[in-house]
Structure formats: structure tokens, C-alpha cells
Design a protein around this ligand. Structure first.
Ligand code: 13P
Length: 251
């Protein structure tokens, strides 16, 4: 099964509007040069409209960093699928470890957000990942299995065609300590087998599983050479046009 490579930048809470538009234009040029892979940026909500406008007609994908589960209502601080679609946004990250660990989002909330995306025709990228304490206690696979099972609750096999998974070990995010290619591949293979158990083998084979956590120009090639690593979700190194360009052009 050929899975189209997918390189995504999560800009987190960085860049003002002008900086964000400038970087997005540079990434759109990268994306235009990489027709055999998907390239996405996930800027802050305040930059989404301008970036969609500035990169319209390019093949750059634009995603939000989170999404509400309802389409409208009294949900102060939330942004819904119809609001994102209105701008031209087609993607949303859900369950990022910073949402889980800093803002207390649990698997049930992440699952609701995922459905909010799917119901609103936004393609979700579901993030999962163990903490260092989980890993040292030997709980990595149990934690990941719970995050996947509960995060994907009531998601149909047909809907899975629109879901991307991202494995982001919490201990590797922003630490400069990337998972080794063997560690990452081991988890990606585990996640794919889990999807095969939950759905069907052909569905599991088609789902793209991205790796995130200190992805840099000097480790992307080794990571992408692993059979079950289909792309990367990049934080810090996505904030500079040159480093993200090199990552997107992995060989
Ligand atoms: P870093 O690449 O900065 O480690 O961040 C990874 C991440 O959280 C992407 O979503």
C-alpha cells in the first residue's frame, strides 16, 4: 500500500500575523516543489484567514491546531468546523499533547473534537503519545491503546479514510530528544496493528501515521525510511522556512 507522505508544521503559539503570512508563502513555494507529498501548516487561529487568502490556489494545506465539537453555541474561546471551512481550512489537529497535558483535555473530549471535525468535513489529525513516566513504567503501549481506542470511539471504517494519526511521544516534544527510528517504527507498527484489529487490515494499511517530537533536518531522512512512518508533525523546526523546507524535501 502506497501512502502519500505528509509533512505538517504545527506552529503552536508562535508568530504574529505578518510573520505567519510570510512563512506560509515560503512554505507554499516548498509545497509547490513537492508534488508527490502533502505539505501542511497549522498556524494560530488568528492567522488562518490571512494565510488561506495568501496561499489560495497553491497546493499548501492549511490546518487548525484544535477544533470545537459543536458547530456553534455558547462555547467561549472555541472555534468550530463551519468557521474553519468558511476560511478554506480543511484540516485540524486534535488531542495534541499540549492540549492534553497543559489544558486538561482527556480522551473523551478529544473524541468529541474528532467527531466535530468529521461531521464538519474537516480532516482530523489525532495525536497520541506517552509521557516519560509512562514509558519508564512500561506502560507505553497500554497508554497508546487507550488513547487510540477512546479517541476513535464511534468512528466508522469509512470515516477512517479521512483520519490521520500522529505519534508524538511527550518526552520528545520540544526537548531535542527525538525517538530513535527504531523506537518510532516500533510504535507506528503497533498503532497500525491496533487499527487493523479495530477496523480491517486494508483500512489500517491506508491510514497515514505521522511521527512528531524533535523532528529536524538531520533526522527526517532516517525517520521517513521506516516502513510505518508516513510523515512528520514538526514543531520548532517548522518555524524557520529553511529547516522546514529541508524536512519537506526528505529523501
Ligand atoms: P517539536 O518538533 O518542537 O518537538 O514539537 C513537536 C510537536 O509537538 C508537533 O506537534
Amino acid at each position: 500500500m502506497e501512502r502519500r507522505p505528509f509533512i505538517a508544521g504545527n506552529w503552536k503559539m508562535y508568530l504574529t500575523l505578518g510573520e505567519a503570512v510570510q512563512l506560509a508563502q515560503a512554505v507554499a513555494a516548498t509545497s509547490a516543489a513537492c508534488m508527490d507529498r502533502d505539505v501542511m501548516v497549522a498556524p494560530s487561529f488568528t492567522s488562518l484567514a490571512a494565510i488561506c487568502a495568501a496561499t489560495q490556489g497553491s497546493n499548501l494545506l492549511v490546518g487548525a491546531q484544535n477544533i470545537a465539537w459543536e458547530s456553534e453555541g455558547a462555547f467561549t474561546g472555541e472555534i468550530s468546523a463551519p468557521m474553519l471551512k468558511d476560511l478554506g481550512v480543511e484540516w485540524a489537529i486534535v488531542g495534541h499533547s499540549e492540549r492534553r497535558h497543559i489544558f486538561g483535555e482527556n480522551n473523551a473530549m478529544v473524541n468529541r473534537r474528532l467527531h466535530g471535525a468529521l461531521n464538519g468535513s474537516i480532516q482530523p489529525i489525532l495525536c497520541v503519545g506517552e509521557t516519560l513516566a509512562d514509558r519508564e513504567a512500561g506502560n507505553t503501549f497500554t497508554v497508546l491503546e487507550n488513547q487510540v481506542r477512546e479517541g476513535l470511539a464511534a468512528v466508522t471504517g469509512q470515516q477512517m479514510a479521512r483520519v490521520t494519526l500522529a505519534y508524538e511521544p511527550v518526552w520528545a516534544i520540544g526537548t531535542g530528544k527525538t525517538a530513535s527510528k527504531e523506537q518510532a517504527q516500533e510504535v507506528h507498527a503497533f498503532l497500525r496493528q491496533l487499527l487493523a484489529n479495530l477496523y480491517e487490515k486494508n483500512i489500517a494499511e491506508a491510514v497515514r501515521i505521522l511521527y512528531g517530537g524533535s523532528v529536524k533536518p538531520d533526522n527526517i531522512d532516517d525517520l521517513m525510511a521506516q516502513p510505518d512512518i508516513d510523515g512528520a508533525l514538526v514543531g520548532g523546526a517548522a518555524l524557520k522556512a529553511e529547516s522546514f523546507d529541508r524536512i519537506a524535501r526528505f529523501t
